[in-house]
Design a binder for this molecule. Structure first.
Ligand code: ARG
Length: 464
């Protein structure tokens, strides 16, 4: 039976070489599209009946048979056959077993080319929705942690050198902003992806009086795609979604790298519990941040999937080419890597404990409040910033020579460099005062962090 159906797609008289089956068959991965395939077939059959292209009776049989197939697949009773090549032929073959000749009418006015384009758009749409929900959960975890640490001082870095004190909450909220743009990119991709190829048939459209608006609507698409050649050959929707995934993965990877650094005993800003660390088989003292390392590493395959598909599509003439079948495995793998990465990052954010004392100590290292001293000179003595910068550099050099932090340098030592300096300057030299003073829009002040975090909580509670 299965061979016979498979041969329906072959003009050839003799059997295919097994190697052709190996390279050609897509059932091992497009079986994951069974829900979408059945949904699209149901919509197509209903439309064919409404347009009088098949009888209502045949449409009913088809719908019933498709329901049976769906429950067979969901319960694991369905036997996928490689000889039947793909999900479409597997479903159709089983439908023939179940309802007889009426099954053969389902493929009227369509082709596997518009079928797969439709199935995969539906899959991408659902994937975007679940990534979006996961990213919202990740943002919530970050915002809650940020609120808890709105006033926790840590060093802010440039060039991985201690630059200026910042608050830990502010640092975490930076990743909330990134995730928000990531979600925006997915939402944009979803808007453009949500058009229906069904009815484009093989490439040229069909002579049957199909109602493409009806199938598009039934499947939740905005509208049918306008050009049949484009409909079967466009894979931008996968590219755009993978691009959004790649950028998201890069963002997660940057944060994962920070977690690895922060967990190192050399830095010691945070610790992860046993729930998110592994031990070493040889060094009993080790607590390794494996999850963070793997998030960092999984970025490779996610970015790789985007690159691979760009290369597949480059140079493909219109319309459908079998090359396009290569869009699925990479994307499916990329999205499972992305969702486990988002889940792991969310878990680690919730799990991490900040070592507040250690962060505070490190925040004062490297003369991190030097800018505050320069700003003070500008503010209190109307000194041009360039000159204040110069004076401050000399004071920092003096403190370094005496091996003391700025706030422990005696006033007389400062006055020897700039006589207008008074004891009031010490108020700006502490890390707390430094962060408290950064109240400019988007600045690190605890008050700003609380405001921003509360704003995010409201946005996220609205399901946005
Ligand atoms: N498995 C194919 C794909 O993923 C389905 C479309 C097959 N079309 C064809 N003319 N062989 O692209």
């Amino acid at each position: 039976m299965s061979r016979k159906i498979a041969n329906l797609t072959r003009r050839q008289q003799s059997a295919a070489d097994p190697i052709l089956d190996d390279i050609n068959a897509s059932i091992d991965f497009d079986r994951h599209l069974f829900r979408q395939d059945v949904a699209a077939s149901r919509a197509h059959a209903a439309m064919l009946a409404k347009q009088g292209i098949i009888t209502a009776d045949d449409a009913r049989k088809i719908a019933h048979g498709l329901d049976t197939i769906l429950s067979e697949i969901e319960s694991g009773r369905f036997k996928f056959k490689r000889a039947l090549e793909d999900i479409h032929m597997n479903v159709e073959s089983r439908l023939t077993e179940l309802i007889g000749p009426a099954a053969g009418r389902l493929h009227t006015a369509r082709s596997r080319n518009d079928q797969i384009a439709t199935d995969f758009r539906l899959w991408i749409r659902e994937t975007i929705d679940s990534v979006d929900a996961a990213l919202a959960g990740y943002q919530r975890a970050l915002v809650e942690k940020a609120l808890e640490h709105a006033a926790t001082v840590m060093p802010g870095f440039t060039h991985l050198q201690v630059a200026q004190p910042v608050t830990f909450g502010h640092h975490l909220l930076a990743y909330v902003e990134m995730a928000s743009r990531d979600r925006g990119r997915f939402a944009d991709a979803r808007k453009r992806a949500n058009f229906c190829p069904l009815g484009a048939a093989a490439l040229a459209g069909t002579a049957f009086p199909v109602d493409r608006a009806m199938t598009a609507k039934a499947l939740g698409f905005t509208a049918p795609m306008t050009n049949s050649l484009d409909a079967v050959s466009d894979r931008d929707f996968v590219l755009e979604t993978l691009a959004a995934a790649a950028i998201t993965a890069v963002h997660l990877s940057r944060f994962a790298e920070e977690i690895v650094i922060w967990c190192s005993p050399l830095v010691g800003f945070i610790s992860l519990s046993d729930r998110f660390t592994t031990g070493s088989s040889i060094m009993p003292q080790k607590r390794n941040p494996d999850a963070a390392e793997l998030v960092r590493a999984k970025t490779g395959r996610i970015v790789g999937a985007l690159e691979a598909l760009l290369i597949v599509l480059k140079g493909l003439p219109l319309a459908y080419q079998k090359d396009m079948q290569e869009d699925k495995e990479g994307a499916m793998d990329a999205f499972s890597a992305l969702s486990v990465s988002i889940a792991a990052m969310t878990g680690m954010v919730r799990d991490m404990t900040a070592n507040v004392a250690r962060m505070h100590q490190a925040a004062g290292m490297g003369y991190s409040t030097a800018t505050d001293l320069a700003d003070w000179l500008v503010r209190e003595h109307q000194m041009p910033f360039r000159e204040a910068h110069h004076v401050t550099a000399r004071i920092v050099a003096k403190a370094a020579a005496q091996n003391v932090p700025l706030h422990q340098l005696p006033l007389t030592a400062m006055q020897a460099i700039e006589k207008r300096i008074t004891k009031d300057v010490y108020a700006v030299l502490s890390v707390e005062n430094s962060v408290r003073s950064r109240t400019s829009h988007g600045g690190t002040a605890p008050k700003n962090v609380r405001r921003a975090a509360n704003r995010w909580l409201k946005i996220l509670a609205k399901g946005q």
